[in-house]
Ligand binder design. Structure first.
Ligand code: ARG
Length: 448
């Protein structure tokens, strides 16, 4: 083995306990990508002969090909992805023994993980952009459909269903910005930081950084091997995103109940019950909501790992990846399946409006009508509130009232009130910037 320090081999139990191959093998390609840049730099700076560097690159390409062809079976006895690849390289090409010149696994793992996370975030960025497109398309499809809007889960005011979808568009748009912030914060190259303090050899850190497509090399070698806050930035993005997912799912689950019943979920995205033949369960939405805690948990896991760690690298950091992968895999699968489900959601406007007709969600419209006639808002609020109570006692809705009943309750009212009592007009009238009025929703769509 490559260790001169020990007289005895590592105990098998310790090897099993400390290996990280099961977590980090998925970064094999990124590890080779990092090594290719490193060895190229070693050649160009004269630390290796150009021919030596080229031979090592050829060797690395062969290892990569073996991985692609499924011919490479890594071994846990070699601890991790880095040692496995280096060992196989050196079998194929003995000059591989020079690859680790001026490098430590501490700067290597930091580089490899950033490369891997960058790839995954770029894919996720695409998925999230698709998701945003779907929300926009839904807003266009449902622009003219009216549903009850809720505060405290009580009917509040009628809104455009398009407005609802665009509310989520805004939230997920901010998530997409947070994703790009996470991409920015990983955009510095750790290679060359060495184990912690840099190298006595005259390497060129700008070169490896450029070759790997990073914006610049990291500025402090101690910080480079010790820090993982670029991962925390990912986890924060993911946790906020999943919190949004969870709330969206809750709405759709509620609106899909028999009691609300104004959302129609696609059959192919629902499940039946093994016992109750009538059931059409929204399991995709429930599972998505249910996975949210895990994603937030992975963020907490890393915070708790990091909070007591002394400068600089500690092996605790090897545990940073387990939660990161789990989180990435979860977020990716949730965004994809929700996207496919949302494209197919339909709204039953008749049922949504039926829900509205029994409520008093036009009360604010009445108060504001009075305000336009010169009644102070507080007074208008009081009078409309009393009228609502009177209607409830007499089992009437606002649209059941005759004009003389209106007059009896609110003397300041005039005939015009009879013309403003439809939910559609109510929505159309809320034409303030960002409001639910159809023209406003259309403006938001145009701006997107
Ligand atoms: N497998 C380790 C990790 O994921 C990298 C190896 C660093 N090991 C060490 N003893 N310095 O963090």
């Amino acid at each position: 083995m490559w260790h001169g320090r020990f007289k005895k081999d590592m105990a098998e139990s310790v090897r099993d306990f400390t290996q990280s191959l099961d977590i980090d093998w998925r970064m094999a390609e990124c590890d080779i990508q990092g090594s290719m840049a490193h060895v190229k730099m070693l050649g160009q700076t004269g630390l290796l002969k150009v021919e030596e560097a080229e031979k090592i690159q050829e060797g690395l390409k062969k290892v990569l090909a073996e991985i692609h062809e499924g011919k490479f079976t890594p071994s846990e006895s070699l601890e991790d992805v880095h040692m496995n690849i280096e060992a196989r390289l050196t079998e194929i090409e003995p000059l591989g023994a020079k690859l680790h010149t001026a490098r430590s696994r501490n700067d290597q793992v930091a580089t490899t993980t950033r490369l891997y996370l960058r790839e995954r975030l770029k894919t996720l960025d695409g998925d999230l952009k698709n998701f945003l497109k779907t929300l926009k398309a839904n807003a266009e499809r449902h622009l003219n459909i009216i549903i009850p809007g809720y505060t405290h889960m009580q009917q509040a005011q009628p809104i455009s269903m398009g407005h609802y979808w665009l509310a989520w568009y805004e939230a997920f748009k901010r998530d997409s910005e947070r994703l790009n912030f996470a991409l920015d914060s990983l955009n510095e190259c750790p290679l060359g930081a060495g184990a912690l303090a840099g190298s006595t050899l005259n390497i060129n850190r700008e070169m490896t950084s450029d070759l790997l497509g990073f914006a610049r090399p990291t500025r402090n070698s101690l910080d480079t091997v010790a820090s993982r806050d670029y991962m925390l930035d990912y986890h924060y993005f993911a946790s906020v995103l999943m919190t949004h997912v969870s709330r969206l799912c809750s709405d759709l689950i509620t609106w899909n109940t028999q009691e609300f019943a104004f959302i129609i979920l696609p059959d192919e995205f629902c499940t039946g019950s093994s016992m109750m033949p009538q059931k059409k369960n929204p399991d995709v939405l429930e599972i998505s909501r249910g996975k949210t805690g895990q994603v937030i948990g992975h963020m907490l896991d890393l915070f708790i790992n990091l909070k007591g760690l002394p400068m600089t690298y500690n092996r605790d950091l090897q545990e940073d990846k387990r939660g990161l992968w789990a989180s990435l895999d979860t977020v990716e699968s949730v965004i994809k399946i929700l996207n496919d489900l949302l494209i197919r959601v339909e709204v039953d406007e008749e049922k949504a409006l039926a829900g509205l007709s029994k409520g008093y969600s036009l009360a604010t419209d009445i108060a504001e009508y009075l305000v336009a006639k010169g009644v102070p808002f507080r007074e208008a609020h009081l009078k409309t509130g009393k009228l609502t109570a009177w209607c409830i006692e007499n089992n009437l809705s606002f649209s059941d009232l005759t004009f003389s009943q209106w007059k009896e309750n609110i003397p300041e009212i005039d005939e015009g009130i009879m013309k403003i009592l439809s939910p559609r007009d109510s929505v159309a009238r809320r034409n303030t910037y960002g409001g639910t009025g159809f023209a406003q929703v259309q403006r938001q769509l145009n701006e997107i």
